[in-house]
Design a protein around this ligand. Sequence first.
Ligand code: HSE
Length: 427
Amino acid sequence: MKKINIGLLGLGNIGTGVYEIIQTNGPKINLSAEKELHIKKILVNNLNKERKVSVSPEVLTTSIDELLKDQEIDIIVELLGGIHPAYEYMKEALISKKHVVTANKAVIATHGRELMKIAIDNNVALRYEASVGGGIPIINTLSKPLSINQFEELMGIVNGTTNYILTQMTDFGLEYDEVLKTAQEKGFAEADPSSDVEGEDAAYKLSILISTAFGLEVSPDNIPREGITKITKDDIEYASQFGYKIKLLATAKKTGNHLEFHVHPTLIPDSHPLASVSNEFNALFLKGNAVDDLMLYGKGAGPLPTGSAVIGDIVEISKIIGTNFDPTISFPENIDQLQLSGEGTSKYYIHFRVEDKPGALGFISTAFGNNGISIETVMQRSRGEKYVPVIYILHNCKREQLNKTFEEITKDETVKEIRSILRVEEF
Ligand code: HSE
């Protein structure tokens, strides 16, 4: 059997997972790849660090050149994370005519098209299945079996940290800060959780999904986004009374020839398949004009699930090494001629703290009416306090209409606070 030499960049969480799977499932992997896979070199920061896997010392190196200049290495597997130097290393590897596999959502979201072009120019493959949804085969599924569809919408729970936090808040009636602390202790949230909880991680993944499904390039910085840090247990409780769960959704939806896209905490009906995706699990729900509704579900992070996706890519590349087959999963063309249009319209959930006095609800409702916003439901929870929670569910409107209404409302002291503004999805 022909030998395929692999150079691994990084032996952290995912690198360790990859190494472990190759050790335990080696014969099965080689059979699938139709080649014998061999990890020849691993780039690490510290040669003497204690590791969960036993690796012979001569495999480890701190010099990137030992991998990039090694003519025998066929595939570079980048698992460093972060944009620099991962981007530069991948670029150099492709220029050196080495195939590249990566789990790096930040690099693919920001430099994916450029790297893909370099890969094509050098007749090598660039694969990035693990960059979205960890172990769930999303990229491959969108690019291959589902690629004959015109996609109408994608809605993803693509961040396990925030899904874990929201699930725990929902199941145990806890506030965000309490759950974050436990999530950090249990390893479900990073010491600095900002990229996850502020929606940046989900925006990277949405950018890759939009490229893969719609053939449109949208920088993660241009994706309207909001995280989960302001969600309260009261919002979760009120949403539940209306029959909804709150999830951080990465959404891309076609309306006419426009594509709306955003990352927002969103109320979804209990009957929606995404409502039952709990804790650290991820899922992508999509609608294609041929396949109709479909959901991909699984673990979005973790050394073994992510390692599984990485090795899947290595195997696909190994199979075609030495053949004339075009190895590239390219970003498709925007054949539907869609235009990017940002946030678009939505139903909204608004939570006000309002002075409990005659005319208060009339005042707010009139302001909505004045700005062309139609009200679907109103709920007031009065417990005899001076200020009480009032929840509105609004029919579809634009964010600008809402902002104008809020400007009008906050000129008066009836409304003490606009506590939450959340999107609502129907099913
Ligand atoms: N930080 C991500 C999450 C995992 O919480 O889902 C890696 O993409």
